[in-house]
Design a protein around this ligand. Structure first.
Ligand code: MN
Ligand code: MN
Length: 328
């Protein structure tokens, strides 16, 4: 039995209640079982079977849900109120029957997201490691390739690693090969760090992706990176994938493959807000690994970034809906 507020009627909206109360769904949004009841579906994918080094991202969805309860309903910087128009629902976690079979697990995730897509809901997901983004794209982009704004310390366009083609360092090479991504409409922002193979990310440039490395970001700034993103993805349908390891380890230590000298949380929020108007058809936040977090800083910054992603997706959804266009 739930005891409802008697004196403060506003508090019957769980998202208006004191933030330490209630069930920790994403942003304290209503929980739904059927994607048909959602315009935008917040989904956890607690899977890190594609991690090549330090695992732990399977705990990401729960930690981000918990920290997301600190956020409120309106984006003070942009005025966007993502819960006011769209039915934003927490669909819970993507269940996996065989989580220890990597390629099979990715097939299961893809089938789940295909169902969400068929029901007309736009997915905003929290991983899990970055291999889940390939599965999500399989679920939502099979009928036409999409563009992508990809913010990450790594290009994730590697190839076979120790006999597996589907680890978290390769999702976007596979996505191009499978016709899910148009590489000429892909920008990768924040790339840095060391490699063992000087050509580890060679596929990105060879396929036509725009790689905006960390030195260029540092020199030119978030506004330039956003302008480049808009130029590259253009007007077509676009996916947004945010790997938390793009953020500097000082502000996001809780991740499996950190790289020194990343973007600040402040730059990440400004960069994302400057992407308003792009036709986003989904987004994700991946690689939050709570076992390596200090306090809850990574999950909290991740939740704050997730809110900006939600706002971008909601604005795009609203624009398509108001113009009578297709929503998926
Ligand atoms: Mn990644
Ligand atoms: Mn990464």
């Amino acid at each position: 039995m739930t005891k409802h507020p008697a004196r403060y009627q506003d508090f019957n909206d769980p998202q208006a209640q004191p933030r330490h109360t209630g069930i920790a769904s994403f942003f304290r949004a209503p929980i739904a079982d059927d994607p048909a009841n959602a315009d935008i579906a917040l989904i956890g994918v607690p899977f890190d079977g594609g991690v090549t080094h330090r695992s732990g991202a399977r705990h990401g969805p729960r930690a981000v849900r918990e920290q997301s309860t600190l956020l409120r309903r309106i984006n003070a910087a942009t005025g966007v109120a993502p819960f006011s128009h769209a039915r934003v629902r927490d669909l819970g976690d993507c269940w996996l029957e065989f989580p220890y079979e990597l390629s099979g697990a990715l097939d299961e995730i893809a089938a789940y997201f295909a169902q969400v897509h068929a029901a007309g809901a736009i997915p905003v997901s929290v991983g899990g490691d970055h291999s889940i983004s390939l599965a999500i794209l399989r679920g939502i982009a099979r009928h036409r390739p999409v563009g992508m704004v990809h913010i990450d310390a790594h290009c994730d366009t590697g190839d076979d690693y120790m006999g597996s083609r589907f680890h978290h360092g390769a999702p976007f090479r596979r996505a191009v090969e499978e016709g899910l991504l148009d590489p000429r409409r892909v920008i990768q922002i924040g790339i840095r760090g060391t490699t063992n193979d000087p050509d580890m990310w060679g596929f990105s440039a060879a396929s036509g992706m725009r790689v905006l490395g960390m030195d260029e970001f540092t020199d030119q700034g978030w506004a330039f990176a956003a302008a480049e993103a808009r130029r590259v993805v253009g007007l077509g349908p676009t996916y947004l994938s945010f790997d938390i390891d793009s953020v500097d380890p000082a502000e996001a230590p809780g991740t499996g493959t950190p790289e020194a000298g990343g973007i600040t949380a402040r730059e990440a929020l400004r960069l994302l807000r400057a992407l308003r108007g792009i036709d986003f058809v989904g987004g994700d936040l991946v690689e939050v690994a709570p076992p390596f977090d200090h306090g809850t800083i990574t999950a909290f910054n991740g939740a704050s970034i997730l809110f900006e992603i939600l706002c971008l997706v909601e604005e795009a959804w609203r624009k398509r809906t108001e113009s009578g266009g297709m929503n998926v």
